[in-house]
Design a protein around this ligand. Structure first.
Ligand code: ASP
Length: 426
C-alpha cells in the first residue's frame, strides 16, 4: 500500500490540503448543527490532544537542551557574542517587518470602505511596561517558571545551570550526561508524537475553516490579503535575501527542508508549540549545532515575532482607515516602535498578538473597538503570521551558526529534502 509507505512530510501536506477541503465543505454544505457536532465530538478533541502532546514536551525539552547547549558552548564570551548577534538580528528584522507592513497598508488601504462596528466589545489588556519584560526575565523561583512555562525565565535559568556545569567541569560530568540523556528522551518523544501529526494537522485546520464565518471573511478579504502579502514579501526579501547575501546559503534548500515546520506552525498557530519541531529541523536537517539552536530557537519563539509585528502594524493602519483618522509620519514611526515592542511581549500562543495589538492602538490614540473587526478573522491571520515568526527564528539561527562556524554546510546542502525533518529522530 503506497499510502502507508509515504513519508511523513507528504502525509502532513496531504492532511493540510484535506483539512482545508473538509473545512470548506463542512462550512458550506453541512447543516449548522451537524457542523458544530463534528467539531465538538471529533475535530476539537483530536486537535487538542495532538496540540497538548506537543506542548507536553516543550518545557522539558527547552530546559534540558539549553542546559546541554550552554554547557557545551562553555565560554561565556561566546555566549555573549551569540546573544548579541541573534538579538540584533531579531530586532532589526522585526522593525523592518513593520515597515513592510505599513508600506502595503498605506498603499492598498484595506480599511477604506469598512463599516465601523457599533456594538463592539473588546477585552483590553493593559499594555505592559516595557522594562518589566526585562526585569521579569530573571526568575525569582525557577520551579514556578517551569510550571508556568515562562520561556524567558526558563532560558535564563537553564543558561545559568549549563554555564555553571561547564565551569565546575569534571565533578559534575555525570549530571551533564543525565541532561543529555533526558534531552534525547524528549526528542524521541517528539518523534513519536509527530507520527500523529497528519491527524492533528487535519483536525486543527478543518476546525478553523469549518467554524469561520464566511461573510466576515469576504468583507475583510482585503485586510487578509494585505497581511499575507506583507508576510510573503518579508519572507522572500528579508529572510531569503539575508540567507543568500549574509550567510551565502541557498534559500531554496532552506525552504525545501523547512516547509514541514511551516505547515506545523500554520496549523497550530503557536510558535511555542513549534519549538520542538523547529529545533529538530535546525539541528538534523539544516546542520546547526545544538549548542546554538537550543538557545536561539526558544529565544526566538518568545521574542522574535515578525509576522505578529506585521499584523500589528497593518492592524493599526487598518483601524485608522476604518475610522477615517489620518496618521502623520510621527504616528507611523510610533507604530513601528510600539509594534516592535508589542511583538516582543507577545506570547507564542494562538491569538496573543491581537491582544497585544491593544498596546499599539492605545499608544497611537486609535479607537480600541476597531480591534473587534480584526478579531473576527484573527485565526486566519494568526496561521500566516506564526509561519513567519518561526521561519525568522530558523533563519536567524542558521545565520548566527554560520558566522560562528557552528553550521555544518554539508548537512545543510545535503539532498534529503524528501525525508521529513520531523522524522529525523524516529
Ligand atoms: N500565534 C502567534 C505565535 O505563536 C502569536 C500571535 O498571536 O501573533 O507565534
Amino acid at each position: 500500500m503506497k499510502l502507508f509507505k509515504m513519508n511523513l512530510t507528504k502525509k502532513i501536506f496531504i492532511a493540510l490540503v484535506l483539512g482545508i477541503l473538509f473545512g470548506i465543505v463542512s462550512n458550506l454544505l453541512l447543516p449548522k448543527g451537524v457542523n458544530i457536532s463534528v467539531n465538538k465530538w471529533v475535530l476539537t478533541p483530536v486537535g487538542s490532544i495532538f496540540f497538548n502532546l506537543i506542548k507536553m514536551v516543550v518545557v522539558p525539552l527547552v530546559f534540558f537542551s539549553l542546559i546541554c547547549g550552554s554547557a557545551s558552548i562553555g565560554d561565556t564570551k561566546k555566549l555573549g557574542r551569540v546573544s548579541g548577534k541573534i538579538i540584533s538580528f531579531y530586532l532589526a528584522t522585526t522593525s523592518f517587518a513593520v515597515v513592510i507592513g505599513l508600506f502595503f497598508a498605506n498603499i492598498l488601504k484595506p480599511g477604506v470602505g469598512i463599516v465601523i462596528p457599533t456594538n463592539a466589545v473588546v477585552e483590553t489588556t493593559k499594555p505592559p511596561f516595557i522594562m518589566d519584560i526585562f526585569v521579569n526575565m530573571v526568575p525569582s523561583n525557577p520551579f514556578d517558571a517551569l510550571v508556568k512555562g515562562d520561556m524567558l525565565q526558563i532560558i535564563v535559568f537553564a543558561i545559568f545551570v549549563g554555564v555553571t556545569i561547564s565551569i565546575i567541569g569534571e565533578p559534575v560530568k555525570p549530571l551533564l550526561n543525565i541532561c543529555n540523556q533526558l534531552n534525547e528522551v524528549f526528542l524521541k518523544i517528539i518523534g513519536t508524537v509527530m507520527k500523529l501529526a497528519p491527524y492533528g494537522v487535519f483536525a486543527l485546520i478543518a476546525k478553523v475553516i469549518s467554524l469561520q464565518g464566511l461573510d466576515i471573511l469576504m468583507s475583510l478579504l482585503k485586510l487578509i490579503g494585505v497581511v499575507y502579502l506583507a508576510l510573503i514579501v518579508h519572507c522572500l526579501v528579508t529572510y531569503f535575501g539575508s540567507l543568500k547575501l549574509i550567510g551565502h546559503l541557498n534559500p531554496i534548500t532552506f525552504f525545501k527542508k523547512f516547509w514541514p515546520v511551516m505547515v506545523f506552525g500554520f496549523s497550530t498557530s503557536s510558535s511555542s508549540a513549534t519549538i520542538p519541531v523547529n529545533l529538530d529541523a535546525c539541528e538534523n536537517k539544516l546542520g546547526v549545532k545544538g549548542s546554538i539552536a537550543s538557545f536561539t530557537i526558544p529565544l526566538g519563539a518568545t521574542i522574535n515575532m515578525d509576522g505578529t509585528a506585521i499584523m500589528q502594524g497593518v492592524g493599526a493602519i487598518f483601524i485608522a482607515q476604518v475610522y477615517g483618522i489620518e496618521l502623520n509620519l510621527t504616528s507611523q514611526m510610533m507604530i513601528i516602535l510600539s509594534a516592535t515592542l508589542a511583538s516582543i511581549g507577545t506570547a507564542g500562543v494562538p491569538g496573543a498578538g491581537t491582544i497585544m495589538l491593544s498596546m499599539v492602538v492605545t499608544q497611537v490614540g486609535l479607537p480600541i473597538e476597531g480591534i473587534a473587526l480584526i478579531l473576527a478573522v484573527d485565526r486566519i491571520l494568526d496561521m500566516g503570521r506564526t509561519v513567519l515568526n518561526i521561519t525568522g527564528d530558523a533563519v536567524g539561527t542558521c545565520l548566527v551558526a554560520k558566522s560562528e562556524k557552528e553550521l555544518d554546510v554539508d548537512i545543510f546542502n545535503s539532498d534529503d529534502s524528501d525525508d521529513s525533518s520531523v522524522t529525523a529522530n524516529i
